[in-house]
Design a protein around this ligand. Structure first.
Ligand SMILES: Nc1ncnc2c1ncn2[C@@H]1O[C@H](COP(=O)(O)OP(=O)(O)O)[C@@H](O)[C@H]1O
Ligand SMILES: Cc1ncc(COP(=O)(O)O)c(N)n1
Length: 345
């Protein structure tokens, strides 16, 4: 956990530090600057020319790191935040400033060529937890790991859930959601954002405000596989009004698509089951949209990312089709690739 001293050190501090306080540690200077969210710009909105705009978004999201990196080298985090580098770059691209169109990850590739460290793209999921480990944050982080991106997470709700249903839902307080989002956007600067269960209209609006301008995959989670309702009418209205207009792509299933008023266009992928005969399909929508976000973060076009995400879910449903976990709809095998009994001793 960031900024927390190890357990021994906390005891030595004699309780002088409140939970979450920053206790300086030898060799680890406290980070400079405060925690503020970045203000983004909507560059890839559903509608015309979507694919070209996606590429432009990826290019500009990538390019805007260059001035930020220069400022950071001089140790001036506050100036980096004030500089509006992202805004200038995005505007420049729209005005046809002739940026090179490099994909996310070029800094890592350059570093690799020099024999330096290679960073995976960072993708953040903003979603609820599923105690059964099938859907939500668990599905997203496992899928991110399987597909080679670093996954960060912002938890919006805690659900008591298993293969038989959703037994309780506890929304995370709004200011705690804001704090998580600020922390991730500010420090890790994810190239892509994926949303799942958002819980309240306030959180839907927050995500729209903070994440517009990044590659933004919106899975408008409304009803669980078990039939439990996970979004109120007010949440659905907030999706329509605030989040869908700034999404790169939305992935409703057929019921969710109908609830949203059947929005249309290249930035809407209506998901529906497939040919794999299995009841271990809890978490397929989350896994599909997480895979889509991971492939977009790697620089794939929307159509390629959509195809690869569908192929990934199919492969994973096959891998887990004979599992007998739980008494109800079992989890999709997010990350396992083959039946593995006896392979890991
Ligand atoms: N039985 C299946 N066989 C193959 N692919 C599937 C199956 N079920 C789901 N998928 C894939 O996962 C995607 C999401 O599934 P869906 O059932 O629409 O999700 P949700 O959990 O949101 O209802 C589908 O569009 C499809 O690509
Ligand atoms: C926390 C959380 N997020 C999303 C879903 C939807 O997933 P599914 O449609 O597979 O039930 C869920 N059941 N729980």
């Amino acid at each position: 956990m960031r900024g927390r001293a190890p357990a021994g050190r906390r005891r030595a501090a004699g309780g002088r530090h409140p939970v979450g306080a920053l206790v300086p540690r030898p060799g680890r200077p406290a980070p400079r600057g405060g925690r503020r969210g970045l203000v983004g710009h909507a560059v890839a909105v559903r509608g015309d020319g979507e694919q070209a705009r996606l590429r432009a978004a990826a290019a500009c999201l990538c390019l805007r790191r260059a001035p930020a990196a220069r400022l950071r080298a001089r140790g001036d985090h506050a100036r980096e935040r004030r500089s509006g580098a992202a805004i200038g770059c995005l505007r420049g691209r729209r005005d046809g400033c002739g940026h090179a169109g490099r994909r996310p990850g070029h800094r890592g590739r350059r570093a690799a060529a020099r024999g330096g460290p290679v960073n995976p793209p960072v993708v953040v999921t903003i979603a609820g937890t599923d105690s059964g480990g099938a859907a939500g944050i668990a599905a997203d982080l496992a899928t991110f790991a399987a597909l080679g991106v670093h996954g960060a997470c912002v938890v919006t709700a805690v659900t008591a859930q298993d293969t038989t249903g959703v037994h309780a839902v506890h929304p995370v307080p709004y200011d705690v959601v804001v704090a998580q989002l600020d922390a991730v956007l500010d420090d890790l600067d994810p190239v892509a954002v994926k949303t799942g269960m958002l819980g309240t209209p306030e959180v839907v609006r927050l995500v729209a405000e903070r994440c517009a301008g990044r590659l933004l995959v919106v899975d408008p989670v409304m009803v669980a596989t078990s039939g439990a309702v996970l979004a109120s009418e007010a949440v659905v209205a907030a999706y329509r009004e605030h989040l869908l207009p700034v999404a790169t792509v939305a992935t409703p299933n057929e019921e969710e698509h109908a609830s949203l008023g059947r929005p249309d266009g290249p930035g809407v992928i209506v998901t529906r089951g497939g040919d794999v005969p299995t009841t271990n399909d809890h978490g397929t929508g989350c896994t599909y949209s997480a895979a889509l976000a991971a492939h977009l973060a790697h620089g794939a076009s929307l159509t390629t990312a959509a195809d690869r995400a569908a192929a990934y879910v199919t492969q994973q449903l096959v891998a887990g089709k004979d599992w007998t976990l739980g008494r109800g709809r079992g989890p999709v095998a997010h990350v396992h690739t083959t039946p593995h009994r006896g392979e890991i001793a």
